[in-house]
Ligand binder design. Sequence first.
Ligand code: PMP
Length: 436
Amino acid sequence: NLAPNDLNAFWMPFTANRQFKKAPRMFVAAKDMHYTTQDGRQVLDGTAGLWCCNAGHCRPKITEAIQRQAAELDYAPAFQMGHPVAFELANRLIDIAPEGIEHVFYTNSGSESVETALKIAIAWHRARGEGARTRLIGRERGYHGVNFGGISVGGIVNNRKVFGSLLTGVDHLPHTHLPGQNAFTRGQPEHGANLADDLERIVALHGAETIAAVIVEPMAGSTGVLLPPKGYLEKLRAITKKHGILLIFDEVITGFGRLGSPFAAQHFGVLPDMITTAKGLTNGVIPMGAVLTTAEVHDAFMTGPEHLIELFHGYTYSGNPIAAACGVATLETYREEGLFQRAADLAPYWEDALHSLKGLPHVIDIRNMGLIGAVELDPIPGQPTKRAFDAFLAAYDKGILIRTTGDIVALSPPLIITRAQIDDLIGTLGDVLKTL
Ligand code: PMP
């Protein structure tokens, strides 16, 4: 249903080629809350790039930290060597992480953080003499990146079906028990809470002694801002603990203030064994991710040279100085400007603004938490995703950047957004919806 130019542009950052020059939409500059288009227009960033630029764009402190680090120590191996910036960032991460999280494994993206966490989970059980624990459990509609482990535990069938068998021994917790209904909305807490009991069903089916870990996004972002039913995460924690299964929170989107606290784990008051991060760690500016673990999980995974003979894990760019310097400046910016608290303070205003869209044509659900939100539209019969993509195009023309996933419009502005800019973003989205 898309014009050829739109098809080219849909995936353009991933498939840059000669046609790239002809793409209808390109950003050439950015500052704070706005992008500048090729034809000189300002576009309000309603998505923090791809849910990553939590401090806004081209912040001088971050830019200067990168420049300074590049001039001073451009690269240093993370293997058998170290450099101070990686340690400084790790310490700052642990300072804001939930109590009990004490170690950092560096990666270069959210996808790599997921692969790393899944490997750590299996290796951790093995180091404890529980080598049969290799099964992994994800959730329907979960998104954990695009690499083999991530698409295996991920709950998006389309992302994995052409690859045949992936990781073996993976199960998915259900997203709903009622076909056609979404349990992860505000409206159905009763229905949703018992979904976590399906973990007991899976454990009974395979035996706890075969299961390594459960991985979930505490609040699924890229599949449409799916709010966990009340008590859901607590129940997952209780069941995993009871059966000696590790719990991994994929906080690639929810990390770094999106819900008003440093991590969703703190927002929900549930401590997982590992937290996967990326995106907001470096304000989206330099690729970097990190897996945060409890001391217990770390100690069994990395027990010194003897263990390393059996197990090597690490990347060429793990904790590289420039990304680490970018991360330090980013965390410093969050702290100085109180941006996590700002997200919490703005959340009620954000909620009211979003819910003002209720009753507009095609709006079938509105979800929000912290500074993230989604407006679900009824699909055009026989043309799934078209309605939301039309909204995206119209929004861009009217000067706001939104993101669409299926027929859902997702919003996650930089945490520096003002109330006036929230009015502008949501007001413009409302104008767009009226034209659909
Ligand atoms: N996990 C989650 C929860 C994500 O939202 C994403 C990216 N949207 C990823 C993993 C993958 O991150 P990346 O694109 O950096 O590989």
